[in-house]
Design a protein around this ligand. Sequence first.
Ligand SMILES: [Zn+2]
Length: 530
Amino acid sequence: MAESTDDRMQKIVSLCKRRGFVFQSSEIYGGLRSAYDYGPMGVELKRNLMNEWWRSMVHSREDIVGLDASIIMHSDVWKNSGHLANFSDPLVDCKVCGERFRADKAPKAEPGSPVVMTMADKGRAKAALEKVQALHEGAPEDIKRDGKTLVGATVAERGYVCTNCSSPFLSEERQFNLMFRTSLGPVDPVAAVIDTVKAAVAAGDDEKAVRAKVEATMDDSSVYLRPETAQAMFVNFLNVQQSTGMKVPFGIAQMGKSFRNEVKVEHFIFRSCEFEQMEMEYFVEPGEGPKMLQYWKDARLNWWKSLGIREENLRLREHEEDEQAHYSDGCYDVEYAFPWGWDELEGIASRTDYDLNAHSTGSGKKLQYFDPQKQDPETGKNGWRYLPHVIEPAAGATRGLLAVLCDAYDEEPGDADGKGARTVLRLHPRLAPIKVAVLPLVKKDGMPELAREIVQKFYAAGINAKLDEQHAIGKRYARHDEIGTPYAITVDNDTLQDGSVTLRMRDDRSQKRIPLTTAVDVVTQALSQA
Ligand SMILES: [Zn+2]
């Protein structure tokens, strides 16, 4: 029987809470919308995923170095990157279905032309009929229901309709800034705003003029939480290049938190206001962008595969021309088949010299690279000074974690009576929060003490092991299957006699006896081969 998307997602969300991967933020106070906390298992999984990224990007390559920049940056960074303008989107609410959408992304339609509004089902169409008849400016009987559609309304003056139901009954457009604004400095901006408003009102300004003056006053102290990590790599281009002597082509990599006041938060941690990114800016000679884009799109897809994510659940999608930013000359998404459908894990974009150019112009500092070995193609003289072009693989760490969880989640039905049924997270061993569980069969006869000694040996080898002595052994195996622990070592009566332990494998539940003295080596080897 096919499982519905909601069921599967619900099961994963529920496992995340039950086993300490992800909690709703501030849950005891009713929860904060779209904010999540990573619990004891979640923090390990997230760090392991991000460490894998760092290992592949920075610690396995000669041509990429790291950066960890401040989350709050000079507001001119966002002015010149275009975020301050582009992040203020005109938003509209549909009065019929409640959908909130960007006016500039809505389907265009000729004012006065008839529209067919489509509801999710007949019941909803019936419910919407009266509402639409009341909103309609002409006679109520103009609006008729046909199945799940409503006909008789016409497109209003503004020339677009609801992205969801095609309703022309929409709220006013409102500005909505996707960046989180705060203020920097000890001066209270509220006092300055009050003074500004008083003066503007006294001068008889209308509402729009008052707002413009308030904005100008707030600009003096306003700073923003970064909506992406990328800009710090551009503005530090010269610092990094000059301090390391890196030669083009080279990259700067950064992982960290970013913040967006999303219009629409959805799918658990997939789209949340606070999230983590893994971004790399790769600087190349002018003209080399398209070639390097091809290289990086494959490299990035392969990296996701190397984490054990099933190939059939990953794909590359090339952006249509109208999806691309005006300065971009090529873009691919790595997509994952989430329970709700294909969605983006990572974008790999060729950004030309747009960013370095924008910050060179904005700051007055030339963010150029000088290559003494090359000839300047314009003058033919030795030595070429140019603005590097950029390829940017930008991955979502938190949505990557969700993809990893979705891909690893598995249920085994057991036998005809359901005996042996289990839920198991088939996480790649390098990603698993706990690598090995050490389980004394019973809490006596010196077994817990011996188990504790084994755990210490794993710690000394840098392997995250966990002693677990609560509940019956079967329950403990089940618990570790659910958090994805790939190996379990059980200390039992035989261990006390002959020094052997049971090594149990998560994926096929197979067990074998191994000498206690080899336990660390066996697991270390298994991890390195995984
Ligand atoms: Zn609508």
